[in-house]
Design a protein around this ligand. Structure first.
Ligand SMILES: *Cc1c(COP(=O)(O)O)cnc(C)c1O
Length: 407
């Protein structure tokens, strides 16, 4: 027995490994300034700089929308700050009920259920759904987000991973599953590291053919796509065919929290069974008040979505025209390939230090090794002028580090 185990050394070793691989993460110490999006103050060790944020998931700047800020403050004044409990034990306020109704309507579903985050909603809902049906097999896209993988794992059910958006492979796997077993296909609409979109209609066709349920993560699409911001499923008129639509309040809606929208029976079952829903204090009333205002605002302002798409298309064109290796993206995500973790980190350090441009490097395990990239997220608030500054800086950084140009 070793009574003097040096536990600390294990933690240090783990971090050293990450550092040696060039993927040690440093948080940017930012002060966002309400009303001045996408500008922020960066508090560096030695200086304080004004920077332009180019990597936020606050896609529509809703976190700073005066309407949302006002609703949040008003809810705090009226109902107080904390919710005071779990949903079962005094934590359900009238605001929670209103927001769930609003979200159910957004997705044209009978009901919706709130969770403390999108991560928790995926983990709790996927694991619980799969446990509740007999002998379930989960079919999961290989690029699914960590929160969906957690849900699949925590279900304890058999899982089959299909190649990203490969419908032939998905069908092969479905054919191999006994027809009397329950099946759940889990996937995302917009994959946010590449900016591609799943063939939702084809997945629904296969689900119908093989008697499977469908669970779609629309986290990077809610608020951003469809006439009222219902996501790609609204855009494509497919909401009715999906068993569960999952979303977040944290990205397009600029707040925090996650949710699912589905049938009354399914939502009631999750509400009654999922530990990740039952055993945690629910979101505070100010957050819910802000979220209601944000969802309503975003539903009514389609021009925000049109502008968002125009901004992304403009930036993509400028990046490509400059000879930079823009990756294929059919959405608002503008990914630029670097292909090396150390260079990727060095490029973003240089952008921040020398150009006051903040883009977080995207490294493993968020993306596969060798595909390290810059992931740029223009919003309706990024002007032509800011884009010109950005592209000029990128071109210089590409030259200084001798990074790969477009093929
Ligand atoms: C960000 C993200 C989540 C988690 O949502 P949060 O509300 O941030 O917890 C879930 N799925 C995908 C695909 C995401 O990118």
């Amino acid at each position: 027995m070793n009574g003097n185990m040096d536990y600390e050394s294990f933690f240090k070793q783990s971090v050293d490994t990450i550092k040696n691989e060039g993927r040690y993460r440093v948080f940017a110490n930012l002060e966002r300034q309400a009303g001045n999006y996408p500008h922020a103050i960066n508090r560096r060790a030695d200086a304080t700089e004004n920077v332009v944020v180019w990597c936020s998931n606050d896609y529509l700047g809703q976190s700073q929308n005066p309407v949302v800020r006002e609703a949040l403050v008003e809810a705090a004044q009226q109902f107080g700050c904390g919710s005071g409990g779990t949903r079962n034990i005094s934590g359900t306020t009238h605001l929670h009920v209103i927001l769930e109704e609003e979200l159910a309507q957004l997705h044209n579903k009978e009901a919706a259920l709130l969770f403390t985050s999108g991560y928790v909603s995926n983990d709790a809902a996927i694991s619980t759904i799969a446990k509740l049906v007999p002998n379930c097999v989960i079919l999961s896209d290989e690029w699914n987000h960590a929160s969906m993988i957690a849900g699949v794992r925590n279900s304890g059910c058999e899982k089959l991973i299909y190649r990203h958006c490969d419908m032939t492979h998905l069908e092969e796997l479905l054919q191999g599953v006994d027809s009397d077993r329950s099946k759940l296909i889990v996937f995302e609409s917009v994959y946010s590291m590449d900016g591609d979109i799943s063939p939702i209609g084809e997945i629904c066709d296969l689900a119908d053919k093989y008697g499977a349920m469908t669970y779609i993560d629309e986290v990077h699409a809610v608020g951003l796509y469809g006439e009222t911001g219902g996501g790609i499923s609204e855009c494509d008129g497919l909401a009715d065919r999906l068993t569960v639509i999952e979303g977040t309040l944290a990205k397009g809606f600029g707040m925090v929290g996650g949710y699912i929208a589905a049938s009354n029976a399914l939502v009631d079952a999750i509400r009654s069974n999922a530990p990740g829903f039952i055993f945690t204090t629910t979101l505070p009333p100010p957050v819910i008040g802000g979220a209601i205002a944000s969802v309503r605002y975003v539903r009514e302002h389609n021009e925000l979505r049109i502008k968002h798409q125009e901004r992304a298309a403009t930036l993509k064109r400028m990046v490509a025209d400059a000879g930079l290796p823009l990756m294929d993206s059919v959405t608002h995500i503008v990914p630029v390939m670097v292909g090396d973790p150390v260079l990727c980190k060095r490029a973003t350090d240089m952008l921040l230090e020398d150009y006051n441009i903040y883009i977080q490097p995207i490294n493993y395990p968020t993306v596969p090794k060798g595909t390290e990239r810059l992931r740029i997220t223009p919003t309706p608030f990024h002007s032509d002028e800011l884009m010109e500054d950005l592209v000029r800086a990128l071109v210089e950084v590409w030259q200084r580090l001798e990074l790969k140009q477009a093929a």
